[in-house]
Ligand binder design. Structure first.
Ligand code: F6P
Length: 361
């Protein structure tokens, strides 16, 4: 059997479980094809490394002891699809360079771990004839065609821990505290951590808020003798008036108002209207760090291991997915670049409403 040369890269924002997924993929390849017949080539810093040919041959020992390690041992970089696909002032055709690197490294296939942007580029490279397998990661859980992505569960634990801790300060000081949770386009993390952390109001981009309704929810609690409120707000939330604007006009308006996120504005408006002290807490990138949760270690391993099966069947141009707990895959063109917003009728939204959580709408 000829030695299989398998490239691997991590692209986009990091999250917990990337190392575990690489380990899962590589261990499963060693198991199926034998260590002697498998050469793993680690490409550094995502597609940036593929463009520039920054890669190294990995040893089996490189994949030991990394199951519990956060981040990505290969490094990562954000490279927008637009930037990758346009020939800039430097005259560099990045797609061509990535294809050349693939060829120069004599790869039989390339495993790309990433979110929506990564999958878009993976699909393009696949349509250009490269043998690509995508693995779905993101704390945002917003990749279409998979019930869950690795990294989400760990971030959920962290975000819930943040909301838990905010409760004592909110209660002690009789304040409103707003936790701004990552999620630029979708609100999965905010919704789940909001429910798990016992938030009173949850504000997500899928459901543009009405500030009057948010204030009403806080006032109703105060009237019922509850002196504090916790509000979980997705980083990408916007109100019903902003919902009428295009994304770039929304940003322009925020710039004019001197605010970056809706969270700051909501805090100000609540305090101005109710007189209740309001504070904002932004855990930010802390949500992407730390050792993967047990569930993410399992999920990353299972998703990674599926890549070996696909390689064995020479089934390229796929992204691994989870559907009803079953590990399966989608064709890249069917899912690439398509986001997965929280459906209005999803179980989580229903559950939140059933226990009286307000969506501020
Ligand atoms: O895509 C994951 C994500 O965590 C988003 O929720 C967030 O908007 C974004 O990354 C921020 O990433 P960075 O600061 O790395 O550009």
């Amino acid at each position: 059997m000829a030695v299989l040369r398998i490239g691997i890269l991590t692209s986009g924002g990091d999250c917990s479980g990337l190392n575990a997924a690489m380990r899962g993929a590589v261990k499963a390849c060693y198991d199926r094809f034998g260590e002697k017949n498998t050469q793993i080539i680690g490409i550094k810093n995502g597609y940036y490394g593929l463009i520039n040919g920054t890669a190294k041959e990995m040893k089996p020992s490189d994949f030991s002891g990394i199951l519990t390690l956060g981040g990505t041992m290969l490094g990562t970089k954000r490279q927008s699809f637009k930037m990758l696909t346009s020939v800039g002032e430097d005259g560099v055709d990045k797609i061509k360079m990535m294809k050349n690197t693939y060829k120069d490294l004599k790869l039989d296939c390339l495993i790309t771990l990433g979110g929506n942007g990564t999958h878009k580029t993976a699909n393009l490279l696949s349509s250009e004839g490269l043998n690509i397998i995508g693995l779905p990661k993101t704390i945002d859980n917003d990749i279409y065609g998979t019930d869950v992505t690795f990294g989400f569960h760990t971030a959920l634990e962290t975000a819930t821990g943040v909301i838990d801790r905010l409760h004592t300060t909110a209660a002690s000081h009789s304040r409103v505290i707003l936790a701004e949770i990552m999620g630029n386009k979708t609100g999965w993390l905010t919704l789940y951590s909001g429910i798990a952390g016992g938030a009173d109001v949850i504000i997500i981009p899928e459901c543009p808020y009405d500030i009057e309704k948010v204030i009403e929810a806080v006032e109703d609690r105060a009237a019922a003798g509850k002196k504090f409120s916790i509000i979980a707000v997705a980083e990408g939330a916007y109100d019903k008036d902003e919902a009428k604007l295009k994304r770039k006009d929304r940003s322009k308006l925020r710039e004019e108002q001197g605010i970056k996120t809706a969270t700051e504005r909501i805090a100000y408006q609540i305090e101005a209207s109710t007189g209740i002290e309001s504070r904002v807490c932004v855990p930010g990138h802390m949500l992407r760090g730390g050792t993967p949760s047990a569930y993410d270690r399992y999920l990353s391993t299972a998703i990674g291991a599926r890549a070996a099966k696909l390689i064995e069947s020479a089934a390229f141009g796929y992204s691994v997915a989870v559907k009803n707990e079953i590990i399966t895959e989608n064709k890249l063109p069917d899912i690439a670049g398509i986001s997965k917003p929280v459906p209005e009728d999803s179980q989580a939204v229903k559950t939140a409403k059933q226990i009286g959580i307000s969506f501020g709408a």
